[in-house]
Design a binder for this molecule. Structure first.
Ligand SMILES: NC(=O)NCCC[C@H](N)C(=O)O
Length: 279
C-alpha cells in the first residue's frame, strides 16, 4: 500500500513574525515564487512513491504550509493540535474542518495543554511507541494525556536547544526501527532513554552540520528518505542501512524553521502490534 501524505500549498506562505530562531532576521525575506518551486519539487519527489493530498493555504496563517503541526494521526483518529503561539492558533479550525470532512474522528487534548501534533509526536517505526518532544512547544503533560487517549506507550523527550524546537527537527523514526537523530538537541536523561530504547545498530546520529541543514526533518516512505540536504557521510550511512536518499532543496521554508517533514503529514499512520512478552 502506498503511503498518503497531506501537504498545504504555499499561496499564503511568508515569514511574517518570529516564533523560532530560524525566523529571526528573515521577516519578509522569503520568495514566494521560489517557495512554490521548492514545494512542487518535494511534492513531486514524494508523489513518485506515495499519494500526496493537498489542502489549500488560507490567508492570515502563513505557517499553515507546515501540515506536520496540524495534529497527530493514528488509524482513524486525529488529535487536533492546540498551538502554543497565538499566531498559529487560527490554523486549528482549518485543519479540524478538513479532517472532519475526510471522516476522521477528531479529538482534542485538555485546552490548557499546548500540543503541536506530528511536529512533536512521532510514532516509532519499529515498536509500538510514541515519542513526544516537549520543552519548547508541546506541554510535557501531553505525554500522559496521549498515552491514555490513544492507549499507547509514550516516551517523553526534553528538547534543550531553541533551534530544534520541535521533535521532528532533530529526530526521525525510520522503517525497520532505525532512528535518525541529533543527540545534542536533547537533555542527558532523554539521550540516555533513546539509547536504552534503540539498539546502537539502529541509531543514526547526525553531526551539527547535518542537523543545521535539517537532515533529521526527513520524510520516510518505505525505503525512501526525502530531505533538504545531507552530507556525503550521512548519505553513505543511509545507503548502508538500505535507504534510498532523495535530496530536494527547501531553503525558503527553512527561513520559517521548517523543511521536508514539517511540510507533510502522514495520513495512514497505523498502530503497531505491541511486542509480545517473553515466555
Ligand atoms: N518543525 C515543524 O514541524 N514545523 C515547522 C514550523 C515552523 C513555524 N514557523 C513554527 O515556528 O511553528
Amino acid at each position: 500500500m502506498r503511503d498518503r501524505y497531506l501537504m498545504c500549498s504555499p499561496e499564503h506562505f511568508e515569514v511574517r513574525y518570529v516564533i523560532n530562531p530560524w525566523m529571526q532576521g528573515n521577516v519578509a525575506l522569503s520568495r514566494n515564487d521560489l517557495a512554490w518551486r521548492q514545494w512542487h519539487g518535494l511534492a513531486e519527489a514524494i508523489g513518485a512513491v506515495a499519494e500526496v493530498e493537498r489542502i489549500a493555504g488560507e490567508p492570515g496563517v502563513p505557517d499553515m504550509v507546515f501540515t506536520a503541526n496540524a495534529g497527530l494521526v493514528l488509524g482513524n483518529t486525529f488529535v487536533l493540535s492546540h498551538f502554543r503561539h497565538a499566531e498559529r492558533q487560527p490554523e486549528e479550525a482549518h485543519f479540524e474542518k478538513w479532517f472532519r470532512q475526510q471522516g476522521f474522528q477528531v479529538q482534542r487534548l485538555a485546552p490548557q495543554l499546548a500540543f503541536e501534533g506530528a511536529g512533536d509526536a512521532l510514532l516509532d517505526r519499529g515498536q509500538a511507541l510514541l515519542w513526544l518532544g516537549h520543552g519548547h512547544r508541546s506541554s510535557a503533560e501531553c505525554a500522559p494525556a496521549l498515552a491514555s487517549l490513544l492507549d499507547i506507550e509514550v516516551e517523553p523527550l526534553r528538547l534543550v536547544d531553541a533551534r530544534f524546537y520541535h521533535l521532528d527537527t532533530c529526530l526521525c523514526p525510520l522503517e525497520g526501527g532505525y532512528l535518525l537523530y541529533y543527540p545534542a538537541a536533547f537533555d542527558a536523561d532523554s539521550q540516555a532513554r533513546i539509547v536504552a530504547r534503540v539498539p546502537a545498530a539502529r541509531r543514526i546520529a547526525v553531526t551539527d552540520a547535518d542537523a543545521l541543514e535539517f537532515a533529521c526533518n526527513a520524510v520516510n516512505s518505505g525505503h525512501h528518505v526525502f530531505l533538504n540536504r545531507a552530507s556525503d557521510e550521512l548519505a553513505r550511512s543511509l545507503a548502508a542501512h538500505g535507504f534510498t536518499l532523495h535530496q530536494t532543496p527547501l531553503g525558503e521554508f527553512m527561513k520559517a524553521g521548517g523543511s521536508a517533514k514539517c511540510l507533510t503529514l502522514k495520513l495512514n499512520e497505523l498502530r503497531r502490534p505491541a511486542a509480545r512478552a517473553a515466555a
